[in-house]
Ligand binder design. Structure first.
Ligand code: AMP
Length: 221
């Protein structure tokens, strides 16, 4: 099977993490979520975590040089195909990534753009809850836990991510529009952009992503 390397792009709450998880399992890829890596670092109180926390709580982006160092280090531990979830998020990061990959003769095959309207994002993020232990994600509207606000796997009370507070959600949307949305054009110009609607049920979105991957990569079918 040819190695498949993907980037998942889209606004916060578009379902990148959920879809990246499913697609990674089905296609035997490693999911690299910069948000998850940073949240772990914050929880463990590492130097990276201490540096990142102040930005994350405000809904701002962690500086590009920090992110590029982190991704370069992480990519060197990956032996199979990968999905970058939540990275790159700025033009500077995209250009830095291009160089990191070129040095290692690695190619990105598709950039999957998950499109979801703003009203839907606000609705989704306000209802998002996560398990502080196993990081499973729930949504009180579309994917509630079986027992009220407790993790189905660990039984511990679910929490709201600190950056899912209403004022921070708006800030993250603004940051996406200003700093991350220019990547759409950047990857379109490189012929890598594949737009997929992120609305509708998660299974339908997964199916749409799979169609893109299987059509262009019949050897993965
Ligand atoms: P996420 O879980 O992808 O929504 O990321 C949560 C937060 O982590 C973001 O709001 C940023 O503060 C930080 N973060 C994650 N990925 C990046 C990135 N590629 N560049 C800068 N900051 C990031």
């Amino acid at each position: 099977m040819a190695r498949l390397n993907l980037i998942f792009l889209g606004p916060p709450g578009a379902g990148k993490g959920t879809q990246a998880e499913i697609i990674a399992k089905r296609f035997h890829l490693t999911k690299l979520s910069t948000g998850d890596i940073l949240r772990d670092a914050v929880r463990q109180g590492t130097p990276l975590g201490r540096q990142a926390q102040q930005y994350m709580e405000k809904g701002e982006l962690v500086p590009d040089d920090v992110m590029l160092g982190l991704v370069e280090e992480t990519l060197d531990t990956v032996k199979e195909g990968f999905i970058l979830d939540g990275f790159p998020r700025t033009l500077q990061q995209a250009k830095g990534l291009e160089k990191i990959l070129k040095d290692r003769q690695i190619t990105i095959h598709h950039v999957i753009l998950l499109q979801v309207p703003d009203e839907e994002i606000i609705r989704r993020l306000s209802a998002r809850r996560v398990c502080p232990q196993c990081k499973a994600t729930y949504n009180l509207l579309s994917h509630p836990p079986k027992e009220d606000e407790r993790c189905d796997h660990c039984g511990v009370p679910l929490i709201t991510r600190p950056d899912d507070k209403p004022e921070t959600i708006q800030k993250r949307l603004d940051v996406y529009r200003k700093q991350t949305a220019p990547l759409i054009e950047y990857y379109k110009e490189r012929g890598l952009l594949r737009e997929v609607s992120g609305t509708g049920n998660p299974e339908a979105v997964t199916y749409a992503i799979e169609q893109v991957l299987r059509n262009d990569h019949p050897q993965n079918g």
